[in-house]
Design a binder for this molecule. Structure first.
Ligand SMILES: [Zn+2]
Length: 229
């Protein structure tokens, strides 16, 4: 096995946790980022209960797709994040997913607490998510039920974000970075649409225009050769 590839993902995942803090998406030790090690049945995730100040590549945990730390690989002496089973389920069921993020960011959780999808009423949302942000089922931590809820809601959906009811957002992406981007953009649109509604009725965007915006942003926008996701 090429350990350099594992090391690269541990570096990435450790560094990306700082983005959650920078964007104000997490408090205390909550929230977690994971990234699949390309071409393997492994992913890297944050250890459980470690302060964000102490997160470093050295203490990231390498898990198999059942969410178990792999003996002999870095971090196996540590307990992985309590959300590891949900991340593992997503990686098993959605081979195209390279990264998963979970936070309890305030505005996204507020929508989840109401069990209300976020309607697509701003172009930035059409660009990034291609429509509304869906609500997933109520699920208790401890088995596959959170993972199942994420996969059932997001499979075949344009949105890379799901609001698990009464809980909060999970986002997926082609890489850990892409999933973190989705978590940051999600909180931004959750906040904006919430504030907009305080001032009056929301104005919907025509579904055909949402399609056009999404298509343009996903396929045309940005620098040639950019890492799109
Ligand atoms: Zn949670």
């Amino acid at each position: 096995m090429d350990t350099r590839q594992i090391d690269a993902v541990r570096d990435d995942v450790a560094r990306l946790h700082a983005e959650l803090v920078r964007a104000g998406l997490v408090v205390w030790t909550g929230g977690n980022v994971s990234g699949r090690v390309p071409g393997t049945d492994l992913f890297v995730i944050k250890p459980s209960g470690v302060s964000y100040d102490d997160l470093a590549p050295e203490n990231m945990v390498v898990c198999d797709l059942d969410g178990r730390p792999v003996p002999g690989l870095p971090g196996s002496e540590r307990q992985p994040s309590s959300d590891t089973a949900a991340h593992a389920y997503v990686y098993r069921q959605m081979p195209e997913v390279g990264g998963v993020v979970h936070t309890h960011s305030t505005y996204a959780v507020a929508w989840a607490a109401r069990g209300e999808e976020i309607p697509c009423v701003i172009t930035a949302m059409a660009d990034e998510f291609g429509g509304p942000i869906p609500v997933g089922p109520f699920a208790i931590i401890g088995d596959d039920s959170i993972g199942r809820g994420i996969v059932e809601t997001l499979r075949g959906h344009r949105s890379r974000a799901v609001l698990m009811r009464n809980h909060g957002p999970f986002t997926i992406g082609s890489s850990a970075k892409d999933a973190v981007k989705a978590a940051v953009m999600l909180e931004d649109v959750a906040r904006t649409v919430h504030i907009a509604r305080q001032g009056g009725d929301l104005v919907p965007i025509d579904p055909a225009d949402i399609d056009r915006l999404y298509d343009r942003y996903q396929n045309v926008y940005g620098q040639q050769g950019d890492e799109r996701r």
